[in-house]
Design a protein around this ligand. Structure first.
Ligand SMILES: [Zn+2]
Length: 235
């Protein structure tokens, strides 16, 4: 979830460095992936899972449209319900590291930072038998050492170009509206990376039915485009 980003916006605006720390598109602290070049592609990304029952319901919707997506999982939830993480993997979606307990990494020590990434990696390896090469910082919060540490561990930091604001949406329509406004207004069309949530970092079981229905409508609306995982994006 991203809501502290909103709270920090005015404070962050006070300095360019603060802006670069939280703004998803900022490249001041080193290159992060925010989009692809092919406007016929869309990369849907889901944070804060695995979650019950919403992740499995979302997998059903994605399968119906033969869409691939990317899931940035919270390590402690993977430990709790590894079989849901395995279902994501079995469906052919991509999985990334979203830390073990979802702290804002801007405010943690170097050792805690490393621990959070390691613990999530270990949970994913134990649960999936596989390594992940992607990392997304909770709340989009990052500093040079966050990106450096992730890269040193063999992970590419992935941000996004379209924010769906699904964590506070009152209806599926509100989410679809946020997505389509951003996708359709791009002056130079590109492959958007869309930020969505199949879980909630505050509690396991967070209701994501609005996100799932919004996903169905987005898949329907952009049926002419190819929905790809991050690895499938044309750079
Ligand atoms: Zn998150």
């Amino acid at each position: 979830m991203l809501w502290p980003f909103i709270a920090l916006t005015s404070a962050a605006a006070a300095s360019y460095a603060g802006y670069a720390t939280m703004a998803p598109g900022s490249q001041l602290y080193g290159r992060t992936l925010t989009h692809g070049s092919d406007p016929n592609q869309i990369a849907l990304t889901y944070d804060d899972g695995p979650n019950d029952p919403h992740t499995l319901r979302l997998l059903d919707v994605l399968a119906k449209y033969e869409a691939k997506a990317t899931f940035f999982l919270i390590g402690k939830y993977v430990r709790q319900r590894p079989e849901i993480a395995r279902a994501i993997q079995a469906a052919g979606h991509e999985i990334g590291n979203h830390t073990y307990s979802h702290p804002n990494l801007i405010f943690v020590s170097a050792s805690r930072l490393r621990q959070e990434l390691e613990d999530c990696r270990k949970a994913l390896e134990d649960g999936l038998g596989a390594r992940t090469s992607l990392f997304r910082p909770p709340f989009g919060g990052r500093r040079p050492n966050v990106l450096r540490t992730a890269r040193a561990m063999g992970m590419q930091p992935v941000m996004w170009s379209v924010t769906a604001y699904d964590w506070s949406a009152k209806s599926p329509d509100a989410i679809v509206d946020k997505v389509t406004r951003q996708v359709d207004s791009r002056r130079k069309p590109q492959a958007e990376i869309v930020l969505l949530h199949d879980g909630g970092h505050l509690a396991f079981g967070t209701d994501r039915s609005h996100t799932i229905e919004a996903t169905r409508r987005v898949l329907e609306r952009y049926a002419g485009k190819k929905f790809v995982a991050i690895a499938g994006l044309t750079p």
